[in-house]
Design a protein around this ligand. Structure first.
Ligand code: AHG
Ligand code: MN
Ligand code: MN
Length: 331
């Protein structure tokens, strides 16, 4: 049986009235940029992508060469497309409206060009995360226009550059996975209607922060670690890749809970609401999972600023509900 390409899948979605031609072309453009980034990642030290650039990003983090390259690839691909009113990325200080001499579209694009960049030089999976919002007609696309809650997203997705390059997307009717066929250089549909199991015995958290966690998080992890003899009465396994794309891809594939909670060092959490938490929460919910900041559904949070950080608890529904209830009980 011949499998559908991303192009065929998107045409199908357009015929079904789920997306318009502009959104279809926008997703195609992002996917093309992800293929180019995948090639760069694949070249490793041979492509000049290893090592740090001499610059810091807006968050005060040292940029890796591949952070800068990936950001440029996505910028270049999208500037001309005619589908965007403006874009913004984790690596840029300000919103970038489409220049007035180019055609302007109705969408706003937000992205984390290279997620997990501490893993580049050690040959562990990294990725790209994106989120698409709508720009109200006739409105100048400044920072304010971007500050929409995650439930307003019209599309979201992420690529993982791992042993295979995978692309996961949603346009609001389920989550779908594609594998990059390196021979034809096309994304091919390989995971249809992804479903995250409701229960799991696998958690992902950076345990080096344990002494800084809030009591509900400490309680949840302690109970998992107690295994069969503890209150949960079963053994748990732990994984932490330190690339959100890889950890979330695993959760989508076989279930699990992924947490980057707020702690006494990262008071607002570590991950970024607009470039990481919102798009991942949209995808996870579309796959039947849940995503909260420990208390509130992520997609309902009204952003206050572009580069806002947030606590993230996502994945298998019953485990996320448990963590959320521990927070509620501790108030
Ligand atoms: P980025 O490379 O875009 O800054 O994001 C890295 C994020 C995320 O991918 C991962 O889950 C987390 O940071 C890892 O944090 P620790 O290094 O604290 O484990
Ligand atoms: Mn990231
Ligand atoms: Mn990044």
């Amino acid at each position: 049986m011949r499998r559908a390409s991303l192009t065929q899948f998107l045409i199908e979605r357009q015929r079904a009235g789920r997306i318009n031609a502009d959104l279809r072309l926008l997703i195609e453009t992002i996917a093309r940029a992800c293929k180019a980034i995948s090639t760069r990642v694949n070249k490793g030290a041979l492509g000049g992508g290893h090592g740090s650039a001499s610059s810091e990003n807006v968050q005060g983090e040292i940029q890796k060469n591949l952070d800068v390259m990936s950001n440029e690839i996505l910028l270049e691909a999208n500037e001309w497309g005619g589908n965007l009113a403006a874009l913004v990325s984790e690596e840029m200080e300000d919103v970038k409206p489409t220049p007035t001499h180019y055609p302007r579209g109705e969408y706003l694009l937000l992205f984390d060009p290279l997620d997990g960049s501490s893993n580049i030089d050690v040959n562990i999976s990294v990725g790209t995360i994106f989120s698409v919002l709508r720009c109200p007609p006739g409105v100048e696309p400044d920072e304010q226009v971007f500050l929409q809650p995650g439930r307003s997203q019209v599309a979201a997705g992420f690529a993982v550059y791992g042993p295979t390059t995978q692309l996961v997307i949603t346009v609001g009717d389920g989550a779908y996975g594609f594998t990059l066929d390196r021979e034809t250089f096309t994304f091919v549909l390989t995971q249809e209607g992804i479903k995250i199991p409701q229960d799991t015995a696998e958690f992902a958290i950076n345990a080096s922060n344990m002494r800084r966690w809030e009591p509900p998080v400490k309680r949840y992890i302690d109970e998992c670690l107690a295994g069969k003899d503890g209150p949960r009465g079963k053994e748990f396994n732990m994984r932490w890749v330190a690339s959100m794309v890889a950890d979330v891809y695993r959760v989508l594939s076989r279930g699990g809970i992924f947490m980057y909670p707020r702690d006494s060092k990262n008071k607002d959490g570590r991950l970024r609401l607009m470039y990481e938490a919102n798009p991942m929460a949209f995808i996870v919910e579309q796959a039947g999972g849940s995503a909260t900041d420990g208390k509130t559904r992520i997609l309902d949070i009204r952003p206050k600023k572009l580069h806002q950080r947030i606590a993230v608890v996502l994945g298998s529904k019953n485990e996320v509900d448990r963590v959320t209830s521990y927070h509620a009980n501790s108030q």
